[in-house]
Design a protein around this ligand. Sequence first.
Ligand code: ADE
Length: 239
Amino acid sequence: MKIDILTLFPEMFESPFNYSMVKRAIDGGQVEIQPINFRQYGVGKHQMVDDTPYGGGAGMLLKPEPIFEAIDEIDKQTSASKKRIILMDPAGKPFNQAMAEDFSKEEHLVFICGHYEGYDERIRTLVTDEVSLGDYVLTGGELAAMVMIDATVRLLPGVVGNEASVVEDSHSTGLLEHPHYTRPAVYKGMEVPAVLTSGHHGNIKEWRHKESLRRTLQRRPDLIDEMELTTKEQEWLDE
Ligand code: ADE
């Protein structure tokens, strides 16, 4: 996978991808991540990238020309591959695990990070996705892009050591993960649930599913609302 990031602050991306699984994915050739400073496509002698809004109002807007030119340049270098062009925008669709899974199947992603009050509307004609990290406003799209890239890259085949652990992650099943325990069996008087040490795989599987459901109902009832529960699942939740 190729990931290009259009940003005015490429240095911000030097460190976060230098660790752990994303570093492994870069070193292993599963992903190539390239920050591109779109200031180089800025307008005029001063390489302007932003301007005041027509009709008045506070703040500055990103001008269309630098972003269009940056995308043109990317197109020239990678004309064959289909790509997703993803605009970082607090007014976009909230990012979630399903989107990370969708992105992880693509060959080429381009993230556009703004740093001003907003975008000239014409920039949106270039993009395939407008995505928000959550219902809050960051100083720029860079941190949002980092989070989305991290969540996407770990889903690439072979990046996380244990593939099963990705399948069982919170959210990948639509539910939050069940509780986990490791040794010792008793710590400061707190005991590991007996079912987990019983060796009975059927019971363990059922207990985990039940606990996932309970935890999700308690912490994220909105996720349960979106699901179709079996009669048995409904009974567990009513217990
Ligand atoms: N830029 C500023 N705030 C943002 C957010 N919440 N998500 C994505 N991009 C942003």
